[in-house]
Design a protein. Structure first.
Length: 307
């Protein structure tokens, strides 16, 4: 593989998007810590390494199995894949084997983690499930993104698997507190994937994807985003009012949620069916999603340091 091909292969991995998994993983671990769990930095790093390998595997496998459909999609900052395989079809075998190798690395790291820290084998099962969910997001015969299940898969990934892995690494279990926290995170996962699908509608139609936006249209998508963001803020406000996560004060988290909520309502008020203006509001939703999650992590860190 020459230097140019190597650069394209690395770009295919979209390493910067690992942040979308690292932030919820970290939030889950920090919440467990604030609720009384104790874990070492080494546990955190090794646990995340297993999930990072799985996440990176998804980037390679999705572009591989989406290669034909992505020919019809215009790549944007938030959607459309990397666009690498459309221009470099010779890299398809490398993408496939990279995805397989990274899945194997993820499982091996998970096995090492379970063995080294005497954690329940369920952690390894959790990691394997995450790998399979990512693989079959686009891989046949299941191909969730092509069979009306792409949104559910993303909600599980970013609402349960990533934060759940972080929580599990810290606490050694998944309890009622985590599953309560997962409710708004799953809703934000829906905000995320719906926003990603909005600019790709025409390309996904041509490529045979049966996404929610393909079936219902962009106007519906903006309404769903606003509803999901509203329900997420309502859930976080409920947690703050009831002190569900005591001793952790959830009022700042509820306040932070007003950012993606405000952006979602702004997008809904300007909802449109045309791609160019819709892209602006979809991109803003993604920005709001990351700002919210980043602020939550910073707040949890501050609470851990000062608590």
């Amino acid at each position: 593989m020459d230097t140019r091909a190597l650069r394209e292969f690395i770009r295919l991995g979209r390493f910067h998007f690992l942040l979308s998994g690292f932030i919820p993983f970290t939030a889950g671990a920090l919440l467990a810590f604030l609720l009384g769990a104790r874990f070492t930095p080494a546990q955190f790093v090794i646990g995340y390494a297993a999930m990072a390998a799985a996440h990176l595997s998804v980037h390679y496998s999705n572009d591989y199995f989406d290669a034909d459909a992505d020919r019809f999609v215009e790549t944007t900052a938030i959607s459309g894949g990397s666009g690498v395989l459309a221009a470099n079809p010779n890299l398809k075998p490398a993408a496939f084997w990279a995805a397989v190798a990274l899945m194997a690395v993820s499982v091996l790291i998970g096995y090492f983690f379970v063995t080294a820290y005497a954690y329940p084998v369920f952690f390894l099962v959790f990691g394997i499930a995450g790998n399979l969910l990512g693989w079959f997001y686009t891989a046949p015969p299941l191909a969730f993104a092509y069979h009306k299940l792409g949104e559910v898969t993303n909600m599980i990934t970013f609402g349960l698997l990533m934060p759940g892995a972080g929580y599990f690494v810290a606490a050694g279990t998944l309890d009622a507190a985590f599953f309560a926290f997962a409710i708004p995170l799953c809703l934000y996962g829906l905000v995320f994937i719906t926003s990603v699908e909005i600019p790709d509608m025409e390309g996904d139609i041509a490529g045979g994807k049966r996404t929610l936006i393909v079936r219902k249209g962009r106007i519906f998508g903006f309404g769903l985003i606003a509803l999901a963001a509203t329900l997420a803020t309502a859930a976080l406000t409920f947690f703050a009012l009831t002190g569900f996560f005591a001793p952790v004060d959830f009022w700042p988290v509820a306040l932070f949620s007003c950012i993606p909520l405000g952006i979602a309502l702004w997008g809904f008020s300007h909802r449109c069916a045309e791609r160019a203006p819709a892209l602006r509001y979809a991109t803003a939703n993604i920005m709001g999603y990351f700002i919210f999650q980043g602020l939550v992590v910073l707040y949890f860190i501050l609470a851990a340091v000062t608590g």
